[in-house]
Design a protein around this ligand. Structure first.
Ligand code: ADE
Length: 230
């Protein structure tokens, strides 16, 4: 079973439309839709915005659906100056930029996974490379890179510079690294696909409203084509 999680409806609606044999359950306020998509057994869910919502959803997919892989798809703010609206980032790893125990001597973003300290959460390389290929086949400018997640919509230059300078992250969003964290705890493969909707600067709120729907759809198309080729 492959779990597919998005924060917003617009990020998953294409996949839901094409899901066959939809069997739905409501668990802790989220709807889980199980069925077949492009020949693969999948469960889809919209988790809502933020790391806790994403973690609850990912853990539910591990426990209730025995997901062997979870793919997170959605939109993101660009941190790399080389990325613009419509470009694609596939995570090679993910960090939680708002995790901060630096006051007691840790590196920024340090997490504890089963007693081990870690900053960069791994993503499953084979799937990341396949998703990258699918994005390129659709004509997108697509890169592999670090994705920075936190419970903040990034829209100011100082915070953007911190994320870029500290983690060398390609883009920022609000769920991916929480899903990667849950996947690491459950020994489940993780993949994150993000399409740029804004530049995480002063114009981000307006750009997000304008460009997120189209960017979100491209992310879902990439996931769909990946499933079809599996
Ligand atoms: N998702 C899309 N744009 C974002 C931004 N600027 N900050 C956080 N998450 C985002």
């Amino acid at each position: 079973m492959i779990g597919i999680i998005a924060a917003l409806n617009i990020e998953i609606s294409l996949l839901r439309q094409n899901l066959e044999g939809d069997e739905t359950r409501l668990i802790a306020g989220n709807l889980y839709s199980k069925g077949t998509l492009c020949g693969q057994n999948v469960v889809l869910a919209v988790c809502g915005v933020g790391k806790v919502n994403a973690a609850v959803c990912a853990q539910t997919m591990c426990l209730e659906y025995d997901a062997e892989m979870i793919i997170n798809t959605g939109v993101a703010g660009a941190l790399s100056p080389e990325l613009g609206v419509g470009d694609v980032v596939i995570a090679d790893c993910a960090v939680q930029h708002d995790m901060d125990t630096t006051a007691i001597g840790d590196e920024p973003g340090t997490l504890s996974i089963a007693g081990e300290s870690i900053v960069r959460l791994p993503c499953y390389r084979e799937t990341a490379l396949s998703l990258l290929g699918q994005a390129q086949k659709l004509g997108a400018n697509a890169v592999l890179g670090t994705i920075a997640s936190g419970d903040q919509f990034i829209h100011n230059p100082e915070r953007k510079e911190f994320l870029r300078g500290t983690f060398n992250a390609a883009c920022c969003e609000m769920e991916g690294a929480a899903i990667a964290h849950v996947c690491a705890l459950n020994e489940t493969a993780c993949a994150i696909v993000r399409v740029i909707s804004d530049s995480a600067d002063g114009g981000a709120p307006v750009d997000f409203a304008l460009f997120a729907p189209k960017a979100a759809k491209l992310g879902a198309e990439i996931v769909q084509n990946f499933l079809a080729d599996e």
